[in-house]
Design a protein around this ligand. Structure first.
Ligand code: B12
Ligand code: SF4
Length: 576
């Protein structure tokens, strides 16, 4: 059976590239995504698309997910406008979850409205919530659903759209425009759905992909088919208060209305992993530190996990150091495991200022315990652009990385990256900028949208600090990238030729950066001339903004040769 790529669905969820159309603009995007799986256009769609689609499907509202960003990346001639013009639906849903999508998401909304003027356009996500009052003023936006748990409200909204009753005033957490074009902000309400009612294992996505032969639209990241990692969510919200994070406990309380984090039952998280294990041998990333919910939670999870005999590489986060027994439980439960730790800085004063309060000794003890019990790899993340952090301090962090690899060996892989492109609105540091030594350049959503079009990532950066201006952050990022690369080559974490390539890439990016600065700073050159000059610089995302300061493959955990278990997938599609 041939299924039309334009087949009808009640709701079509679209994920935009961060900048539309990134393929045509001349810009140095910068090393803003080197330490995440996506490219700098942030093609990964929110996990929440999957829970929304599943929840609506359970209530007989058909839903499609279309990753426009991935389609544009994967095929340089993919015509997003033409594609959207042919879609058939009762409503479009667009995420403005991550603020770096401020340009792309609004452009996609414009295209939806251009070809489907009578079809409502619904926005949602963290940034949409933070900026709901700004967002609703754009003519192509009809509704904003606020909060980090919107499944129930979007169902309510879709039922209202389909039944044409027009009773939008009854839908909690909705920002909308009435017939007089007045902005209406309905009161927020805590959703009744809890995390244990979702499946969290993507069976329905697999089913959709196979049933409609719709693999491309559902693809989450560019090289997913080569490296099909999956994520398992353990919670919404967080128990921690990292100053720069818009998802911190205080952050989500301030703008998402979440008073405390919600956890998925540990038995279900283990079962989710067991379910995914039926379809893939690829790594599974468990989002959220398991011991943030208490050691009982962690122990129950590991006890349950053991039952599923999972062989996949499992990746766990540690927000704060854990007790030694945690690593014993883990080693008992899982054959293959790895860790991610984000101390941000080697300097405990800087770390404390950024909201993390633990010593290097405590962290190193955890590293040792994890390695002793067989952890295959530990990724350790440092950041540039923190409160009270200087250029010198960044370079000392790199020296600490040298010390760490020397001490623990090649299973420890350090990364460093700039806090970019934006300081999260809603984060403690954003809301108390002066106190944390930040100067914020952009206030309104429109400022962010415009900033994304600036010719280099330096000018997209939404902040500078008392200790580092934007130029220093750029220079520190490239210099730190160079030094860390040399250290990694010294210890054999990457090859000499790989390190050479990174050093060349960084020099190339720095030269382009300097040329852009020259054009940018010249008051005698008008805007048109500036664009013409920029177009001669041979700016190229692949070459100068992907794997600039480290390689994507360094982020990967070992993957089994045959990643997919086709028998399990077919069985689930046919019988579940
Ligand atoms: C897991 C996670 C990731 C994962 C991605 C998982 C994914 N695909 O969603 C990884 C590690 C890859 C990641 C990367 C990034 N992240 Co992140 N991430 C998180 C984290 C820790 C948890 C999010 C979560 O649990 N979601 C739960 C799931 C189930 O729900 P959801 O996806 O949010 O969707 C629900 C609602 O948001 C809403 N919703 C979302 N979209 C839509 C659309 C519509 C139409 C509607 C109606 C509703 C809706 O409804 C959904 C269902 O209820 C949060 C911090 C936190 N504690 O919240 C940061 C967070 C969301 N990330 C953030 C950032 C900045 C990023 C990056 C841009 C960082 C960077 N520069 O590299 C990248 C972007 C990646 C990309 N798009 O390619 C910021 C966002 C701040 C902001 N306002 O922009 C946060 C708040 C904190 C942080 N700094 O990390 N992230
Ligand atoms: S950065 Fe900190 S506050 Fe944000 S999700 Fe991670 S641990 Fe929680």
């Amino acid at each position: 059976m041939l299924v039309s790529p334009f087949r009808k669905a009640d709701l079509i969820l679209l994920h935009a590239p961060s900048i539309y159309d990134f393929r045509k603009i001349h810009k140095l995007l910068g090393p803003i995504s080197d330490v995440i799986p996506s490219t700098p256009i942030f093609e990964m769609y929110p996990v929440g698309f999957s829970t929304i689609a599943e929840y609506l499907q359970q209530h007989k509202i058909s839903t499609r997910i279309i990753n426009i960003a991935y389609r544009m990346l994967e095929n340089p001639t993919f015509d997003a406008e033409k594609f959207i013009s042919k879609l058939k639906t009762r409503a479009f849903g667009i995420d403005l979850h991550w603020l770096p999508h401020a340009h792309g998401s609004l452009e996609i909304a414009k295209i939806c409205k251009k070809y489907h003027p009578d079809i409502p356009v619904i926005f949602g996500g963290y940034s949409a919530t933070y900026f709901h009052q700004d967002l609703i003023t754009y003519p192509s936006v009809d509704f904003v659903i606020r909060g980090d748990s919107t499944e129930e409200w979007i169902l309510h909204l879709m039922q209202t759209i389909i039944s044409q009753t027009g009773n939008y005033q009854d839908i909690p957490s909705l920002t909308w425009k009435n017939e007089q074009n007045e902005i209406m902000v309905n009161a927020s309400q805590k959703p009744k759905v809890d995390l244990n009612t979702f499946s969290n294992n993507y069976v329905h996505l697999f089913k959709k992909a196979v049933k409609y032969f719709d693999f491309k639209n559902l693809t989450a990241i560019r090289d997913w088919w080569e490296y099909p990692i999956s994520v398992i969510m353990t919670c919404r919200g967080c128990t921690q208060n990292c100053a720069i994070c818009g998802g911190s406990e205080r952050g989500v309380a301030c703008y998402l209305g979440r008073e405390k984090p919600a956890f998925r039952a540990p038995e279900l998280v283990a079962k989710d992993i067991g379910q995914i294990n039926r379809f893939t041998r690829a790594p599974i990333f468990v989002v959220g530190d398991l011991h943030q919910f208490g050691y009982d939670y962690a122990q129950t999870f590991f006890r349950e996990l053991k039952k599923y005999q999972v062989k996949n590489e499992l990746v766990f986060e540690l927000f704060i150091p854990a007790k030694e027994v945690f690593f014993d439980w883990l080693a008992e439960a899982a054959a293959n495991f790895n860790f991610e730790i984000s101390p941000e800085s080697h300097d405990v004063q800087v770390r404390r200022k950024s909201g993390k309060n633990y010593s290097n000794e405590a962290m190193e003890r955890n590293i040792q315990w994890a390695l002793d019990r067989g952890s295959k790899k530990i990724d350790i993340f440092f950041m540039i652009g923190l409160p009270s952090q200087t250029y010198q301090s960044v370079m000392e962090t790199i020296e600490y990385c040298d010390y760490l690899i020397d001490k623990f060996g090649k299973r420890l892989v350090p990364f460093i990256s700039p806090l970019a492109p934006f300081l999260d609105p809603g984060s403690i540091a954003f809301e108390n900028a002066e106190q944390y030594g930040y100067k914020i350049h952009f206030k309104k959503l429109e400022d962010y949208r415009q900033a994304l079009l600036e010719p280099s990532w330096k000018h997209v950066l939404s902040y500078e600090t008392e200790w580092m201006d934007r130029e220093t952050i750029v220079q520190a990022s490239y210099e730190a990238g160079k030094r860390l690369t040399q250290i990694k080559a010294k210890y054999g974490l990457i090859s000499k030729s790989e390190s050479q390539k990174i050093l060349v890439n960084i020099d190339d990016a720095l030269q382009k950066h300097a040329k852009i600065e020259k054009i940018y700073a010249d008051p005698a050159i008008d805007a048109d001339k500036k664009n013409a000059l920029l177009s001669t610089l041979d700016l190229n995302m692949e070459q100068d903004s992907i794997s600039t300061i480290c390689y994507k493959h360094e982020l990967r955990w070992p993957k089994a040769r045959r990643a997919f278990k086709f028998a399990g997938i077919i069985k689930a599609v046919l019988f579940e």
